[in-house]
Design a binder for this molecule. Structure first.
Ligand code: SAH
Ligand code: SF4
Ligand code: F3S
Length: 437
């Protein structure tokens, strides 16, 4: 039997796309292999959002190359956003790569692999929207939780971001197909579904039937057997506060938002072309908390955006204090070729300053998380049990509706169940607890 080894970097959308490619190979009779040494096809599914991520891929490819010595028939492919962005440049820097298939263009990955087998040059597919392969719902990382892409691409033009270039214009999937996928997943044991879009709030804007996120949430919520529903990523410019009413009315829908502010300074937000101010961002989070005092908000921040002053940065710190995020993903600005800020703005914040700002935001978030977690001690939360903890197999791990990671003792038979856990202790990154009752 032939084997596929696939590694995905980047966001959940990329992981999902990896699963679509793996589905195609599975239908062709391929098994999955964790070990690149015994694979017939290796796919490195890449991210282009920061330069560092791309450099890591080249060193990884350099390592994978040695498997071609023991298996000359091995096909090595680069897929995802970096493939879409760089195309032929990858073949120039790593001439031993056989397949280059971009994030919009991997729909016929099996044909590309077949063509690569017969040729000597790399087979390149970029720059055209190909419908992705159908999903085989059994191909997924987690037995109980699954992601579903509901739209692809992005119509925003945040000045720092490559995604509009790599994934193209926003394109929503038909609602019926998404609901059918939820049903199939649930029939296969999934209890929590997260709907994915680069900008989930504008789902449906290009759909002829006029469906939108509100309709989509209701339709997915109605699927019997589904226990929890989430959606990411929200964009503050497109977020409709009416969605918070859905969160209140639909019990399976978790009160957790991932809505990246990127910066707390309106001046920087303007240069990022984000389309909102600090005040508008705060209004949205206040509306959310007004309806959900227990609701949780997760953030992305970029530090060291061109022209970011000490005062601008202090405003990101103060936004963090004001909103009290459940979790923050913090990135140092990376100038990307072909993006508006890459072309027009000088990357003028020195690396040591970026690093220091990154560290300060991390420390600030850590202090907030600590306080939040301390306030949860002694209270009981609904937890979806994922299974034994990766680090300590003697305890179970799961998440609250607000996305807090919880460890607690219990039988592995609880995996996939919703249980009430009372919180007894905490670290900045997780909670400890005991099954209640
Ligand atoms: N569609 C999502 C996420 C896009 S990429 C959204 O709009 O929110 C994920 C995160 O990477 C972004 O939220 C941003 O914080 C970060 N990012 C994107 N481009 C970046 C760059 N050039 N440098 C540093 N971080 C970047
Ligand atoms: Fe990138 Fe902005 Fe689109 Fe997000 S909304 S994918 S940050 S351009
Ligand atoms: Fe995702 Fe990275 Fe592409 S964040 S959309 S894989 S550039």
């Amino acid at each position: 039997m032939k084997r596929l080894h696939l590694i995905s970097f980047g966001c959940q959308m990329n992981v999902y796309d990896g699963e679509l490619m793996a589905s195609a190979f599975k239908r062709r009779g391929y098994a999955r292999s964790d070990d690149p040494a015994d694979a017939d096809v290796i796919l490195v599914n890449t991210c282009a959002v920061r330069e560092h991520a791309e450099e890591k891929v080249f060193s990884h490819l350099g390592e994978l190359r040695r498997h071609k010595k023991t298996n000359p028939a091995l096909l090595l492919g680069v897929t995802g956003c970096m493939a879409e962005r760089m195309g032929r440049e990858i073949a120039q820097r790593a001439p031993y790569v056989d397949i280059i298939a971009g994030a919009r263009s991997f729909g016929d990955i099996l044909d590309l692999a077949a063509a690569a087998k017969d040729g000597t040059d790399a087979v390149i597919s970029i720059g055209h929207d190909r419908p992705p392969p159908d999903r085989d719902v059994s191909v997924r990382q987690d037995p109980y939780r699954a992601f579903i892409a509901v739209s692809r691409g992005c119509d925003h033009a945040c000045t720092y971001c490559v995604v509009p270039n790599t994934r193209g214009r926003e394109k929503g999937r038909p609602l019926d197909g998404i609901v059918a996928e939820v049903k199939e997943l649930v029939a296969d044991g999934v209890v929590e579904v997260t709907l994915l879009g680069q900008n989930i709030d504008s789902y449906g804007k290009d759909r002829p039937e006029g469906e939108d996120l509100h309709h989509l949430l209701h339709a997915c919520h109605a699927v019997d057997g589904l226990k929890r529903l989430r959606f990411v990523t929200s964009h503050p410019e497109d977020m409709q506060v009416e969605i918070f009413d859905d969160m209140a009315n639909l019990p399976k829908l978790c009160g957790a938002l991932h809505i990246p502010p990127q910066s707390g300074s309106s001046r920087v937000l303007k240069r990022m072309a984000r389309g909102y101010t600090r005040e508008r961002y705060l209004d949205i989070t206040h509306e959310f908390r007004r309806r959900f005092p227990e609701g949780e908000i997760a953030a992305d921040f970029i530090v060291g955006f061109p022209g970011e002053t000490e005062d601008d940065f202090e405003q990101s710190i103060s936004l963090m204090h004001e909103v009290k995020f459940q979790q923050s993903f913090i990135f140092r600005y990376s100038s990307r070729p072909g993006t508006p800020s890459g072309i027009h703005f000088e990357d003028d914040v020195p690396l040591p300053i970026k690093a220091a700002r990154n560290m300060r935001l991390l420390k600030t978030q850590e202090a907030i998380s600590r306080k939040k977690h301390a306030a949860m001690v002694g209270r009981t939360y609904e937890v979806l049990v994922e299974g034994p903890s990766k680090k300590d197999k003697s305890v179970l791990t799961g998440r609250t509706r607000g996305n807090h990671l919880v460890h607690f003792a219990g039988s592995v038979d609880l995996a996939g169940e919703l249980v009430d856990v009372s919180v007894t202790d905490f670290t900045p990154v997780s909670l400890r607890g005991a099954v209640a009752g």
